[in-house]
Design a protein around this ligand. Structure first.
Ligand code: FES
Ligand code: FES
Length: 182
């Protein structure tokens, strides 16, 4: 295929600014994997069905195989690599691990980022709401019950942590990184 003239694109990925020249037809998922080297974003279908390529783009979960990189110019992008804080996993990552919410793990980055958006918008979702939020993400291994359990566990822990922080602020004490009082 003939190369097209490249366009300059600047994005912030997991807090790091990147400026690259890309072909206008380059999909965001291919940019993330092949140009930025962030291979935690997976390609399961390329036809916007599986959700394995889900990332957070300007605060919204999107299937990155449906977005051109040039459309993301100026955007703030969160991929699965940006979710943990150093060695400390995000509560969703811990809960997927503890609830056995994965087998091969291929769907997991997309599942977790869709769940991340859900918990931002609705911190205490019902089981039906979790299933609805994840209905654009397919898993070929686990069945979905353990995934739903993981999201519920993460929601509970995140709520506890948020309540701990509120109490600490209310009593004038500083909360530590886990909401524990120092
Ligand atoms: Fe994007 Fe399947 S690879 S939805
Ligand atoms: Fe294998 Fe979901 S864990 S596809």
């Amino acid at each position: 295929m003939e190369a097209l003239p490249k366009k300059k694109v600047a994005v912030k990925i997991n807090g790091v600014e990147q400026t690259r020249a890309v072909e206008p037809r380059l999909l965001l998922v291919d940019f993330l994997r092949d140009v930025a080297g962030l291979t935690g974003t997976h390609v399961g279908c390329d036809t916007s069905i599986c959700g394995a390529c889900t990332v957070i783009l300007n605060g919204t979960a999107v299937k990155s195989c449906t977005v051109l990189t040039v459309q993301a110019d100026g955007a703030d992008i969160l991929t699965i690599e940006g979710l943990a804080q150093g060695e400390k996993l995000h509560p969703l990552q811990e809960a997927f691990w503890e609830c056995h919410g994965l087998q091969c793990g291929f769907c997991t980055p997309g599942m977790i980022l869709s769940a991340y958006q859900l918990l931002k918008r609705n911190p205490q979702p019902t089981e039906a709401e979790i299933r609805h939020a994840l209905d654009g993400n397919l898993c070929r291994c686990t069945g979905y019950q353990h995934i739903v359990d993981a999201v519920r566990m993460a929601a509970k822990r995140m709520k506890r942590k948020a309540n701990g922080k509120k109490k600490a602020i209310g009593s004038g004490q500083k909360a530590g990184p886990e909401g524990r009082r120092r």
